[in-house]
Structures are given as structure tokens and as C-alpha cells.
Design a protein around this ligand. Structure first.
Ligand code: EPZ
Length: 423
């Protein structure tokens, strides 16, 4: 239970300029990949968020030398001192991406013992495809006592994923980077952070081709040299800020983003009647008319991202008309809408489909965040609502959004923390 709650007095349009931090989901992959290097690496533009802090603790626990400067968004890693292949459960439980330690440790040492990952409660989230790839590359896998043990010299091979999986694709890339021979990943994920990892591996001397398509070819290397690498901006933070600007009927310029990563969201906002204009590394979002209802169906990249379904569906609760939202990636990603019923949202949920009947106004109420993007969705709801919204368990939000309260306040939002009264 968090010791504080967020208080938002809504109804204020967000206006002004803000910026996007480095990507959470790329950072956790690239930080894990530093273990594969035979020399020190430096990572730039890392977001100062909980998930990054946890991974740095895990690297240090394995014996890597780490120098982290959060203000400079900079991390120096010297993996040459790594003297363990075991990551304990109490560490892996703190985040989902801890499972990248399996691929990195297998890729480097041919063995790993990693506790089951934690992460947002948005579905079952099995790792069968990760293990399928590791077995194909020669690993023996044992699952016992809430941990996964893997052992075997990685040998290049072909892997056909039974379903598109971002984590499975990334973990297979980590295991293949120093394997003997060539690997081909078929039905691979195409997300921007998959491409960013490939670029980082190539900057260390690996040979990864085809990242961003559904077929990725990797030629394993005996040695990987150090690299100084800047991670890409966060696609999902960019989208969350775009939606917050539109949902509050504001006018916001978001700097330091990559507009081409946002095309599926931009198209949906334009369909709703929101004015979106792309510049080189910035996007301006302005409301010029009432918002039309639209239908959303989440898809793997470049489709509409599941991570933006929750913020977007919060905005749709006040659109003119009925919207249908189909969540195809995770089984249970509508909890924020159930919370928003207390704010006046009219929502019917049936399995992985939500039917949202737009209402003219939302009103502030106490709500609870259940996962990272649900928290972001409830912040957007609070910014839209008349009156005061209290958000409990807000620490979920800090896991993935760097300094989000400061960024929103700088745009005019009335958002602050308040300690919870002693029970
Ligand atoms: C990554 O999760 C992201 N997390 C998620 O972001 C994101 O929602 C997801 O990709 C989809 O884009 C990180 O990158 C740390 P998947 P991941 O493997 O890798 C099923 C956020 O809010 N599946 O692409 O766990 C799985 O259950 C987080 O930043 C299997 O069945 O997602 C899901 O239904 C939330 N077997 C679907 O595939 C497997 O072996 C997609 O999962 C692996 C996955």
C-alpha cells in the first residue's frame, strides 16, 4: 500500500511545451544487453524510473561495475566483473523485464538461474515462447521453485514464434548475439524497442539484420566490444502525453519524440477530430472541435499499441457517441474502466471488448491504480473530470513515467501528492 495518493483537480486544458524521456521498454532491454559486452558500455538518455533502477540493482548484484547518474540519464556498465548467473526471486519479482537476464546470461555464460518475473497484472503472461527459443538454441530448461534454470552453449538456429511476442523476440536476440553460428527469428515482434536493441547490439559489433520486420537474422559473435549508446524516446509516454493533451481539450507541443512511431495513435486522434501536426522531432496536439467516438482494436506494432489502449479508452468515455475497444494482446486490461464508473463513465465490458458510451462530463472520485498504464489512464480521467480525483496506489505510474507529475504541472495541471491519513 503506497503511503500517499495523488490529488487531481480536473477541467483544466493542458497548454504549453513538454518533452519525452528515454524509452522504458527499450532501456530494460539495452541495459540487459550490456552483460553481453566484453568491454565497458555507456548508455545515455535512460529514464529515471523504478524499472531502470531495479535492473541496475540486478546487474550490480551479478558483480558488474555500474556507475549510474540519474540526473544525466547516464549509466556506465563494466560487465567484466560479473561472477554469478543467479538472479534471486525477490529481485525478479519487482518487474517484468527481469526475464531478459535469462537471455543475456545464457548468451554470455551458457547458464542462468532467474526467478519468475513480476510485472503488471494485465493477464497470464506466460514465457513459453522465450523458453522455446532458448531450447532451440541448445539450452536445457528446468522450472522449479519459482525460478527458471537454463544451461547450454548457445548455437545459432531458426525459431518460429507461435505468436508475436516482444519479450520473446528480445530474449532470443540476447541469447543469439554470441551464439555459435547464425540464427533466424520468424514471426518476430517489430516494435521500435526491438529495433533499438538491434542497433545497440550492432554498435557492439554484432550482426543483426531485419529488426523492425517479422524476420530477424543474427550472426553470433565471439566478442562484443564496448559502446556508447543513446536509447530512443519513449513511444508510450509520447502517446500518453498526446492523449492527455487531447482529452483535456488543450494545446501541447511534445518535443524529443519520433512522430513515425506514433502513426497509429495519430490516425485515431485525427479520426476523432483532434488536430495533430508532426514536426521533425515534435508533435503538436490541439483540440479544435468536439471529439467523435472511434473504435480501437489493439495490435502488435505498427498497429494500435496495447499500452495506449488504457489511456485512450479513458479519453473515449467523454467522446460524442459509442466507442468499441477490443484488446487483443492481454486478457485483462480494462480494470481502469471499471474504476472510472465511479467517475460517471458508462462502460460495458465483455471479455476483451469494452463498449464505451460517451458522456458529457466526468466527475472526480476516489479510484485505485491496478497497473502502470491503468494508473496513467486514471490520471487522464482525473485531468478531464470536474472536481477532485484521488488516485490510490500511484507508485505504479512512476514505474514507467519519468517525473510525470512535474511534466503535467508545467502544462497547467493541478496535480499533487498527499500523504495517506494514518489508518
Ligand atoms: C512487452 O511485454 C512490454 N513490456 C509491455 O509493456 C507491452 O504491453 C507488451 O510488450 C506488448 O507490446 C516490456 O517491454 C517490459 P509480449 P511482454 O511478450 O514482452 C503472450 C508496459 O505497460 N505471450 O509481447 O511481456 C502474452 O501473454 C508493459 O510498458 C505468450 O503467450 O509482451 C501476451 O498475451 C505492459 N507466451 C502476448 O503474448 C510468451 O512466451 C504479448 O506479450 C510470451 C508472451
Amino acid at each position: 500500500m503506497d503511503s500517499y495518493k495523488l490529488l487531481i483537480t480536473g477541467g483544466i486544458p493542458l497548454v504549453g511545451e513538454t518533452y519525452v524521456s528515454g524509452g522504458k521498454n527499450t532501456s530494460v532491454a539495452v541495459i540487459a544487453a550490456t552483460l553481453l559486452s566484453d568491454e565497458p558500455c555507456v548508455l545515455e538518455n535512460l529514464p529515471d524510473i523504478e524499472d531502470v533502477h531495479v535492473l541496475i540493482d540486478i546487474l550490480a548484484g551479478l558483480g558488474a561495475k555500474v556507475e549510474y547518474q540519474p540526473e544525466e540519464r547516464r549509466l556506465a556498465v563494466d560487465p567484466r566483473g560479473v561472477n554469478s548467473c543467479k538472479v534471486p526471486y525477490h529481485q525478479t519479482q519487482r518487474m517484468r523485464a527481469s526475464y531478459y537476464m535469462l537471455g543475456a546470461l545464457l548468451g554470455r555464460f551458457g547458464q542462468a538461474e532467474v526467478g519468475y518475473p513480476g510485472g503488471c497484472s494485465i493477464g497470464a503472461r506466460p514465457v513459453d515462447q522465450h523458453l522455446k527459443a532458448f531450447r532451440a538454441m541448445g539450452a536445457e530448461i528446468r522450472e522449479r521453485g519459482a525460478k527458471i534454470s537454463a544451461k547450454g552453449k548457445m548455437t545459432g538456429c531458426s525459431v518460429v514464434f507461435d505468436r508475436i511476442t516482444v519479450g520473446g523476440t528480445i530474449n532470443a536476440m540476447l541469447a543469439a548475439a554470441k551464439a555459435e553460428g547464425n540464427s533466424v527469428l520468424y514471426n518476430a515482434a517489430r516494435e521500435p524497442h526491438v529495433v533499438d536493441l538491434a542497433n545497440f547490439l550492432n554498435s557492439m559489433g554484432c550482426r543483426v539484420k531485419g529488426a523492425g520486420t517479422d524476420t530477424i537474422r543474427i550472426t553470433g559473435q565471439k566478442k562484443l566490444h564496448g559502446s556508447v549508446y543513446t536509447v530512443i524516446p519513449d513511444q508510450i509516454e509520447t502517446g500518453t502525453l498526446m492523449i492527455a493533451a487531447a482529452a483535456t481539450r488543450g494545446d501541447v507541443v511534445i518535443r524529443g519524440c519520433i512522430p513515425t512511431h506514433m502513426e497509429s495513435l495519430t490516425a485515431k486522434l485525427l479520426e476523432m477530430g483532434v488536430a495533430v501536426s508532426d514536426m521533425d522531432d515534435a508533435i503538436r496536439v490541439r483540440t479544435v472541435r468536439g471529439h467523435r467516438a472511434v473504435n480501437i482494436k489493439t495490435q502488435e506494432y505498427p498497429g494500435f499499441p496495447t499500452d495506449l489502449q488504457q489511456p485512450m479508452s479513458a479519453m473515449l468515455t467523454r467522446a460524442g457517441g459509442d466507442s468499441v475497444v477490443i484488446e487483443t494482446i492481454f486478457e485483462s486490461r480494462f480494470k481502469h474502466l471499471m474504476e472510472m464508473r465511479r467517475m460517471g463513465a458508462q462502460v460495458q465490458i465483455l471479455d476483451q471488448t469494452a463498449i464505451i458510451q460517451g458522456v458529457p462530463e466526468l466527475y472526480g472520485a476516489p479510484v485505485t491504480a491496478t497497473d502502470l498504464r491503468a494508473g496513467a489512464a486514471l490520471v487522464i480521467a482525473g485531468l478531464m473530470a470536474n472536481g477532485v480525483t484521488e488516485i490510490y496506489e500511484p507508485s505504479f505510474i512512476e514505474r514507467g513515467y519519468e517525473h510525470i507529475e512535474e511534466k503535467l504541472r508545467a502544462l497547467g495541471a493541478n496535480i499533487r501528492r498527499e500523504p495517506l491519513e494514518e489508518m
